[in-house]
Design a protein around this ligand. Structure first.
Ligand code: IPE
Ligand code: IPE
Ligand code: MG
Length: 246
């Protein structure tokens, strides 16, 4: 277990992204329904969000619901959507008190109207906050995001707004849902699974990956500190040699 004093505040990741996984297994271990795990998971969301803001992390992106998660049993999807609405209502003050701006990425049009409007309400009410940006990935799939970027760019090419030779990494980046965010520095996945599950494929090109066996409802401040300390002990070479970095 790490504590706050172990973190070097001069070398914080600017953007942490988390695949919040293991809610179902957490509930199952306790002989409860999966939804119980999702409910507990919202506690971790609050704790980790507040903690990131306190440490000075500028961007936190949470994978809350994937395009593939639509294929779960209808009742689970409905419960997750309801939980989303109640959490947004409940946590708006946490966001305001901590000067956190809410944002969302994903195919948001696919969300139920109630979720969409509640989400927009909180986004609107927190838009001037500046301490940290909390981005929820909802109905998010990285391939879906890349497909929509391709469509938007090809439309611009067709209408002579962009010439094909001008397409570069910057332009592609500008057409992703994450256009306002820096690249991910640290990607955390809980629950022991070591896969990306269609999350931020472009944006994690040079992210440091951190996998922990802790299930999301159990993931707390100390676990986050530990992930950050681990990140800070790595050498990010970006293709260069160690010697070049010094
Ligand atoms: C993550 O927990 C939450 C969502 C994907 C919505 P899971 O629901 O995937 O939990 P496990 O992986 O089944 O334990
Ligand atoms: C990834 O978790 C999506 C979210 C955390 C929202 P899953 O539990 O859906 O991922 P897979 O299907 O096991 O890879
Ligand atoms: Mg899972």
């Amino acid at each position: 277990m790490s504590n706050l004093s172990a973190i070097n505040t001069d070398r914080l990741p600017k953007h942490i992204a988390i695949i919040m996984d293991g809610n179902g297994r957490w509930a199952k271990q306790r002989g409860k329904f999966r939804v119980f795990g999702h409910e507990r998971g919202t506690r971790s969301v609050r704790e980790i969000t507040e903690c990131c803001a306190e440490i000075g992390i500028e961007n936190l992106t949470l994978y809350a619901f994937s395009t593939e998660n639509w294929n779960r049993p209808k009742i689970e999807v409905q419960t997750l959507m309801k939980l989303l609405i109640s959490s947004l209502k409940k946590e708006i003050n946490t966001l305001i008190d901590n000067d956190i701006k809410l944002s969302a990425i994903g195919n948001l049009d696919a969300l139920p109207k109630k979720v969409f409007s509640e989400l927009n309400d909180v986004i609107e009410k927190t838009k001037s906050n500046s301490r940290m940006t909390l981005t929820l990935a909802l109905s998010y799939g990285s391939r879906d995001e890349i497909v929509s970027a391709f469509k938007a760019i090809s439309t611009k090419v067709k209408n002579n707004i962009i010439s094909p030779e001008k397409i570069d990494e910057y332009i592609i980046n500008e057409h992703l849902y994450t256009r306002n965010l820096p690249d991910v520095d640290l990607l955390i996945r809980t629950s022991g699974e070591q896969r990306i599950s269609n999350f931020l494929l472009w944006q994690i090109a040079y992210a440091e990956l951190y996998f922990t066996d802790v299930l999301w409802p159990d993931f707390g401040k100390e676990d986050l500190y530990e992930a950050i300390v681990n990140y800070q002990n790595r050498e990010r070479r970006f293709g260069k040699t160690s010697e070049q970095l010094t």
